[in-house]
Write a protein that binds this ligand. Structure first.
Ligand SMILES: Nc1ncnc2c1ncn2[C@@H]1O[C@H](COP(=O)(O)OP(=O)(O)OP(=O)(O)O)[C@@H](O)[C@H]1O
Length: 404
């Protein structure tokens, strides 16, 4: 997979969420971003979000138009007024989006784009347009920027101007289709029918992390301290969360003695699995879980690195699981998560990489998807599937890249 392609996209749209993080985005745009872009001769359009969900609905409604737009067209409010090449019906291959915000804003933009392209794709199987992101961290956690080691607004701009790109993997989160969710083929092999529900770019969690994200909303305004407060609360009132996790297809496991991820392809090959759509898990974690996450990002905020081997550009989903431990143990795990990901050396921690994962809860449960919440039914009907969509594959409606 190409991890160092240089930018070749001219059209630049700057998305500004003035409410992200400590609400400094507008100031940073005027003082740092705008002068820097103008100095380097970049022509751009500005889109400022006005509420939660605005970025998603804007991109859902406008992505096809944005892709067909000429560089000199203007955005006025939610509509694009001057379209340079209105006669062109073919969608040009590229768009660059600079996001001044946090992970929630990137999540909304990506979901809006994929929904908009899905509506406009008419079932096409050709890979979708190339969409490049430059992420300027003005949010709270800034997991994507932090995982790319982008340290400031200026650093993000400097990297944008250099233009080195890496693919940005996206996680498709699917629920079982309500009608006819299990189908049998000619050989009476049962196949589940999945319906995409949402796309995730940062982290999907269950258990303590999800409860912490929910509680941290009440402490907004405290910056990153809101996560610390919410985590402490959930350690004091520690719960174990009953669920099973199935890994499908080839997978890797962190080996503490070798201090690296080892491939378990051989174990997987030995099973009676159809590699294109395996129905038998290659590994099952039976819970209950204290802490569980599936992620594409190594760090969720500066200094907090739960999945040290995660790469936004690869095709793996990183799985961090801590099963049924007490307060003292989970505190030790979380403490070492802040020490360059040393928690993976603890016996309590299981760390895997897989291509597809399914979660099934024993009672009604809740998962957190990039800060959004999804309630799930108990048992097999409530199963949720997580899989990485390879950028630029025929199954992807768009080829996402990110400035690194
Ligand atoms: N003008 C606005 N007013 C209020 N909320 C907004 C506005 N524009 C966007 N939002 C919402 O702000 C929320 C927070 O944005 P974002 O997630 O980017 O920042 P953050 O939570 O501070 O950072 P991170 O997700 O990196 O921790 C999102 O849910 C987004 O929908």
């Amino acid at each position: 997979m190409n991890t160092s392609a240089t930018t070749r996209v001219n059209s630049l749209l700057v998305v500004l969420n003035p409410n992200a993080g400590r609400k400094q985005g507008r100031k940073q745009f005027t003082k740092i971003v705008q002068p820097s872009l103008e100095r380097s001769g970049k022509i751009f359009r500005l889109f400022e979000t006005n509420s939660q969900g605005h970025a998603q609905s804007y991109f859902k409604d406008n992505i096809c138009q944005l892709l067909t737009d000429g560089i000199h067209s203007k955005v006025q409010g939610d509509s694009i007024t001057e379209i340079e090449d209105a006669s062109s019906s073919a969608i040009p291959a590229s768009l660059c989006i600079m996001v001044l915000g946090g992970d929630g804003t990137v999540h909304e933009v990506i979901n809006g784009i994929l929904l908009g392209l899905e509506d406009g794709s008419n079932g096409s199987t050709v890979p979708g347009p190339r969409i490049e992101f430059a992420i300027v961290p003005t949010g709270t956690g800034n997991a994507i920027a932090t995982s790319l080691d982008i340290t400031s607004v200026q650093d993000a701009l400097d990297r944008f101007l250099v233009g080195n790109m890496a693919p940005l993997g996206v996680i498709k989160v699917s629920k079982l289709s309500q009608d006819n969710s299990i189908r049998s083929d000619r050989n009476h092999k049962e196949t589940r029918i999945w319906k995409p529900y949402i796309y995730s770019v940062v982290v999907n969690s269950f258990g303590l992390h999800c409860a912490t994200v929910a509680d941290s909303e009440g402490f907004r305004g405290l910056g990153n301290a809101r996560f610390i407060l919410a985590t402490l609360k959930n350690i004091v009132f520690l719960k174990q969360y009953k669920a099973r996790v199935d890994l499908f297809g080839p997978y890797q496991r962190y080996d503490r003695s070798l201090r690296e991820m080892i491939s378990l392809q051989e174990e997987f090959d030995a099973q009676d699995n159809d590699s294109s759509a395996p129905s038998v898990p290659s590994r099952t974690l039976s819970g209950p879980f204290t802490y569980l996450m599936f992620t594409k990002q190594a760090s969720l905020e500066r200094g907090f690195t739960p999945a040290p081997y995660a790469r936004a550009s690869d095709e793996w989903l990183d799985i961090l699981a801590v099963q049924n431990v007490g307060r003292r143990q989970i505190l030790k795990v979380l403490k070492l998560t802040t020490k360059n990901g040393q928690h993976v050396e603890l016996d309590e921690v299981e760390y895997y990489k897989a291509k597809a994962v399914e979660l099934e809860t024993t009672t009604k449960g809740r998962i957190c998807i990039d800060g959004e919440f999804m309630d799930i039914e108990a048992g097999p009907e409530g199963r949720v599937r997580f899989e990485v969509v390879s950028p630029c594959s025929s199954s992807s409606n768009a080829c996402f890249y990110v400035v690194q």
